[in-house]
Design a protein around this ligand. Sequence first.
Ligand code: ARG
Length: 377
Amino acid sequence: MNDRTLRVNSWNGWDPLRHVLVGRADGTMVQAPEPAVQRDFPDDGFPLGSYGPMPAEMTAEANEQLDDFAGILQRRGIRVDRPTPLDFSQQVATPDWTQESMFGCMPPRDVLLTVGNEILEATMCYRSRWFEYLAYRPVLQQLFDADPNMRWEAAPKPRLTDASYRPGFWETYNKVPLAEKLERVRNHDLVLTEAEPLFDAADIARCGKDLFVQLSLVTNRSGYRWLKRHFPDHRVHAVTFTNTHPLHIDATWVPLRPGLVLHCGERPAEPELVKYYEINDWEVVEAVQPASWKHYQRLSFCSPWLAVNILNLDPQTVCVEETEVRLADQLVKYGFEVVPVPFRAVGPFGGGLHCATVDIERDGVLEDYFPHRYGRF
Ligand code: ARG
């Protein structure tokens, strides 16, 4: 049935939230090795080269927290949609390659980017995530049918042949000294080549007219250039942070409302980016240290900085993982109401509260929060 009340609209991460997508943990896999990513969890039963479904009890616990989170949002009057999981244990192939497994559909933020009335399917760069958009197609089809103004877009499907990856990257990168790693991050000399445009949607932070694209292990310059041409009415900026494993901007640089961005201080931003925010009257706030994540490091490829992976319900209200009490206190001091959400069990499935969601509708219109230019910005 068509639902005429559905509307795709979201220009930033803080306007009042009306409709959101929340991921599912069902069938998530520890991926088989591939050029872009190599899982190695020798102490948790998945040494390098092995792969298979996440343990059933971990999946069940993550799903319980995801369902509870969906319930919290629904009780606040926010409409929630969920993806349709596929059999992620199946082998997948294109004419160019075969991959032993898929991944999952917990972090929808990685795959889908909402800009205004458009939802864009990202290219992705892991072969195991090439087909992940299929889990979101039922929701996208429904939105397309219901909202006559929705723009449904997909970036060019990448070939992901060996030409897209630097040969032997992980073997050498894992061994080089810290300073050299950071130099490579600064020069964006990482696993991806520039053979074709590649980006994950979660490497983009949306602030109205400004889109900040992190160059990372999953986003290359060509991906950034594609985004820049795709959004000609925006200012699209490429940014890097001092972080040996840059992967998704939403645990590093998190705009919370006009004039306030939360920053993971362990991953310093380029001075020019900070200056651009400051001359536009934004305060750059360094987040307090996260609580310990010891218990949930099992099979996790995320860091404790998932703490700052916050979801705004509106410019005054934020969902924060419930054990991040110090961070909650910090945000209360900045005038936020904090909604605590138990979410630690979801971390090993690829992220926190922001990663686990995609905006479908927020109130608000396209605004310019950065009237002053600075340097390359
Ligand atoms: N790489 C980040 C960290 O471990 C996690 C970000 C996850 N974000 C996401 N959209 N999946 O600090």
